[in-house]
Design a protein around this ligand. Structure first.
Ligand code: ADP
Length: 168
């Protein structure tokens, strides 16, 4: 089974990494797919986001790959010949059942059956999101506070990049 794990990963966090690792235990391959969304103003470029993710998995000879995509997720999943979309489930906001159904319907219209697989967040990590880390890092670096929180929630390259963006 090949899974596409889509998201903004702006930047990748320990919550994202946990879900990808757990999925990679039962899937043949997990493709982490960074969404290039011109309508949203991300903090980091796609290329930076890819670099942080690659670093997070560099030490593992793993079945986790990293890629980026724009446009329709279902089209990308079909193009990759993947079987399912992978999502992490922190709370009810993550349970976008209408998206799951529409992705399946679009993929079917393109000639492929796909499912959405939800993996529940590890309880100790269910508060972690890209936006929490971005907001906290902005305050921490602007005000010269200790950055243990940032260091514990993102890979070292993302920590350094957050410091560079926000430090005054
Ligand atoms: P966010 O900014 O909320 O982290 P993303 O678009 O980067 O949003 O999330 C990509 C995917 O990772 C989504 O399926 C999301 O539910 C999942 N995810 C994000 N953080 C966590 C976490 N702490 N635990 C489990 N899944 C997570």
């Amino acid at each position: 089974m090949v899974l596409v794990y889509p998201g903004s990963f702006d930047p990748v966090t320990v919550g994202h990494i946990d879900i990808a690792r757990r999925a990679a235990k039962f899937a043949e391959r997990v493709i982490i797919a960074v969404l290039e969304n011109p309508n949203k103003m991300p903090l980091f470029s796609v290329s930076d986001r890819l670099t942080f993710i690659k670093e997070a998995f560099a030490a593992e000879g793993s079945n986790i790959e990293v890629d980026s995509f724009s446009g329709l997720l279902a089209e990308y999943v079909v193009k990759k010949n993947a079987d399912a979309i992978l999502r992490g489930l922190r709370n009810s906001d993550d349970f976008e059942s209408k998206y799951a159904a529409s992705n399946s319907a679009i993929a079917r219209s393109l000639g492929k059956d796909i499912e959405t697989i939800f993996i529940p967040a590890t309880p100790a990590l269910d508060y972690v999101s890209g936006s929490i880390v971005r907001e906290a890092a902005a305050h921490i670096y602007k005000n010269g506070l200790p950055d243990t929180f940032v260091a514990e929630h993102v890979p070292p390259s993302a920590r350094a990049a957050l410091e560079k963006k926000f430090k005054r």
